[in-house]
Design a protein around this ligand. Structure first.
Ligand SMILES: *Cc1c(COP(=O)(O)O)cnc(C)c1O
Length: 339
């Protein structure tokens, strides 16, 4: 076990001992290579560097109450990475290779898995990019798949307490028929400027609207949006939203808790009607909103100072499943035996 201040870990890069790599060449993936270097040697004309042929994933390994290490819905991450690969014409990583890499990455870095009870976990970052050289705009002929891990604390430093977010109309993270639905780096590049501006103005995140009409809620930078009212869990449906595995899980838990679930376009005006609202994703699970401020109109949508009862219950239930405190009735977790 490493001597780390587990409870106060930031959500950030923390070096660990090993990472896994595989290269796709001549139509096949190489055997996984275990590396102890934090660097990769890449051709300067790699398409990942020039044309954004790149996709990534994010999931976590949790040390449970029973001492066991669990992954949460890793198959969904594998499928999503294959969809991202298709979206920007990269070689797809087979699910077996995906699992083998994350399994080995967790095992080889077992001493970095945060102990149960600290709220921290081991973040797993699979990465896929065009590594083959190309100067004309064409898909690469070689791809690299890398998996590294980092122990992390909660994403939002305020923890599970409400945050203020800024609704913007002068930036979009993805075009209406673009790449918003896949987890590619370009979407993040497009979100950096508005996110930086929002942080400087005291907000913890940006809420984007649909790029075409600016009428509907899209998502909150790296996390999906949800609102709750009258016993209904509402989350936007839009082609430009990244299908969050956390959101998909919260929808199921919401139904278990007796809420109705609606996935449909959410007009901006509806923000006024929600009893609770927040963002969800692997990093923070749920970030409840205290207020949403429309940067252009200055209109404020206010929610409670403390996390609402449903957001709290949803958060507690999902994290209890991940940490093995509650029975996993939906078969979402995979125990990595013997760590
Ligand atoms: C990864 C991501 C999310 C959250 O997805 P999870 O599977 O819940 O972690 C939400 N929005 C965007 C844009 C993302 O890239």
């Amino acid at each position: 076990m490493e001597n780390i201040d587990w409870k106060n870990l930031p959500f950030g890069y923390y070096p660990t001992d090993y990472n896994l790599r595989s290269t796709w060449k001549d139509g096949k993936w190489s055997d996984l290579e275990v590396s102890s270097s934090e660097f990769i040697s890449v051709h300067m004309a790699a398409t990942g560097l020039h044309y954004g042929q790149e996709a990534f994933e994010g999931l976590k390994a949790y040390r449970g109450k029973d001492g066991k290490v669990r992954l949460f819905r890793w198959e969904d991450n594998a499928i999503r990475m294959r969809n991202s690969a298709q979206g920007v014409m990269m070689a797809e990583v087979p699910d077996e290779l995906f699992f083998s890499a994350i399994n080995q990455a967790v095992r080889l870095n077992a001493k970095f898995i945060p102990p149960y009870g600290t709220g921290s976990s081991l973040y797993i970052r699979p990465l896929l990019f065009g590594s083959g050289a190309q100067v004309g705009v064409k898909p690469a002929k070689e791809y690299m798949f890398v998996v590294f891990v980092s122990p992390v604390g909660p994403y939002f430093k305020e923890g599970f307490s409400p945050v203020d977010v800024e609704l913007v109309r002068d930036y979009d993270r993805a075009a209406p028929l673009g790449t918003g639905h896949i987890k590619v780096g370009g979407n993040y590049a497009a979100s950096l400027r508005p996110a930086d501006r929002a942080h400087n103005d005291g907000y913890s995140a940006v809420l984007f609207l649909d790029a075409r009409e600016k009428k509907f809620i899209d998502e909150a930078g790296p996390a999906n949006f949800f609102g709750i009212k009258n016993g209904i869990y509402v989350t936007p449906s839009s082609r430009t939203i990244l299908p969050s595995i956390t959101n998909k899980s919260l929808e199921v838990i919401a139904e278990d808790l007796g809420l109705k679930v609606e996935r449909r376009p959410v007009p901006v005006e509806e923000l006024d009607t929600f009893e609770e609202a927040g963002a969800c994703g692997t990093a923070a699970i749920i970030s409840p909103f205290r207020k949403i401020v429309d940067r252009q109109t200055k209109k404020e949508y206010n929610y409670a100072e403390k996390a609402g009862p449903y957001s709290t219950k949803l958060y507690q239930t999902l994290t209890a499943i991940q940490f093995g405190e509650m029975e996993d009735t939906h078969g979402w977790t995979t125990v990595l035996e013997g760590i």
